[in-house]
Design a protein around this ligand. Structure first.
Ligand code: FAD
Ligand code: NAP
Length: 331
């Protein structure tokens, strides 16, 4: 039997393709605070949501340590908080699936998501909660040493720099938190920032400025990550003073990039209206995107706040918006 005929036969017999096809009323893509909160609310609204976790179950908070601004917890470990959110979503009746969406078709309803497992998910409504991913400087030398001294996750890789010297690039909350975290292992942490003031919260700045292992190099950008070929490894960074143009070398064994995150909008970039480059646009005061039945929440849509609690809030809004939108559709 020819391939096409065989597929037609399979479809006739099973009413499905070779890979599984699953239908759900609400498909939630992403398992950060936005996705899990959407799942909790959608499950309690009895729309039986199905949530696909993606390759980072729990999202960005799984790569940090202490979270001190989640209401109700003076201090909670990021990974623990996300495990609790997942349990909460499951306990409310959401189905949580370990899979990754590789393609999404929003051109017709039901919407179709193709996943790495081979399963095709169809959905009456979709909540996008794919969050954000680390940004890189874009230097060829950074690319060359990724995984060999260059990292964007201190929580994941800090342990390897026990007794060594590291640099952290950036001036936001992430850079300062990463720098402070790295002081647990490294003998010296140098924060390199392109301006002469940080944008991190004042409480974090205070901790950084008073830490004996930390040095701050203001007004410098990185020209090149320096290292050895055999074995491949980082030995330093060549930096330039943006005011004087002067070049100098800073010795280090680890090079941590913490210059922010970009929204993970690749799945929908050519299907939905975006704003500020790559963020998914929603109608102000709601989570409705430019395609009816598709909702967006969390860092994917938010270029301003980008917090766990705001993402969770938007996840709640998305579930409520989806539920109301579904109720308005003719059956
Ligand atoms: P994310 O947490 O980014 O989660 C996105 C999810 O989408 C992931 O589960 C991923 O697997 C999934 N996904 C992506 N693409 C696909 C796909 N194609 N298919 C299926 N799934 C997909 N905020 C605070 O409020 N307090 C803090 O202390 C704090 N600390 C932070 C520390 C660090 C190091 C970082 C990086 C961020 C920190 N933040 C903090 C910010 C906070 O983590 C984010 O605002 C929040 O996680 C955003 O939630 P989200 O649900 O929008 O997306
Ligand atoms: P961010 O706030 O966007 O800060 C990025 C930093 O990197 C800025 O200081 C920026 O410099 C610098 N930068 C950007 N591009 C650069 C480049 N090409 N070269 C050199 N430096 C560059 O990102 P973030 O720190 O990852 O934080 C993201 C969001 O998560 C924020 O909303 C933050 O509040 C939140 N977050 C919260 C916590 C917390 O609450 N404890 C912890 C982590 C993150 P400029 O300052 O010059 O622009």
């Amino acid at each position: 039997m020819a391939g096409a005929d065989y597929m037609a036969w399979v479809n006739l017999i099973w009413g499905t393709d070779m890979g599984d096809t699953r239908h759900t009323r609400v498909l939630i893509i992403g398992s950060g605070p936005a996705g899990y909160t959407a799942a909790i609310y959608a499950a309690r609204a009895m729309v039986e949501p199905l949530l696909i976790q993606g390759i980072q179950p729990g999202g960005q908070l799984t790569i940090t340590t202490e979270v001190e601004n989640w209401p109700g917890d003076t201090e909670v470990q990021g990974p623990d908080l996300m495990v609790r959110m997942e349990s909460h979503a499951r306990a409310m009746g959401a189905e949580v699936i370990s899979d990754h969406v590789s393609a999404l078709d929003l051109s017709r309803r039901p919407f179709t998501a193709t996943a790495d497992s081979g399963t095709t998910y169809t959905a009456d409504a979709v909540i996008l909660a794919t969050g954000a991913q680390a940004r890189w400087l874009g230097l060829p030398s950074e690319e060359k040493f990724k995984g060999f001294g260059v990292s964007a996750c201190a929580t994941c890789d800090g342990f390897f720099y026990r007794g060594k010297e590291v640099v952290v690039i950036g001036g936001g909350n992430t850079a300062v938190e990463e720098a402070l975290f790295l002081t647990n292992f490294a003998t010296k942490v140098t924060l390199i920032h392109r301006r002469d003031e940080l944008r991190a919260e004042k409480v974090l700045q205070h901790r950084l400025f008073h830490h004996p292992k930390v040095e701050i190099v203001w007004d410098h950008i990185v020209e090149e990550v320096l290292g050895t070929e055999d074995p491949l490894g980082v030995t330093g960074a060549r930096v330039m003073n943006v005011k004087s143009g002067e070049l100098r070398k800073i010795a280090c064994d680890g090079f941590f990039v913490a210059i922010g995150h970009a929204p993970a909008s690749e799945l929908v970039a050519d299907q939905l209206e975006l704003h500020h480059g790559k963020y998914v646009k929603v109608t102000p005061g709601s989570t409705h995107t430019s395609v009816p039945g598709v909702f967006a929440a969390g860092d994917l849509t938010d270029h301003i706040y980008r917090q766990a609690v705001t993402s969770a809030g938007m996840g709640c809004m998305a579930a409520l918006d989806a539920e109301r939108w579904l109720a308005e559709q003719p059956s």
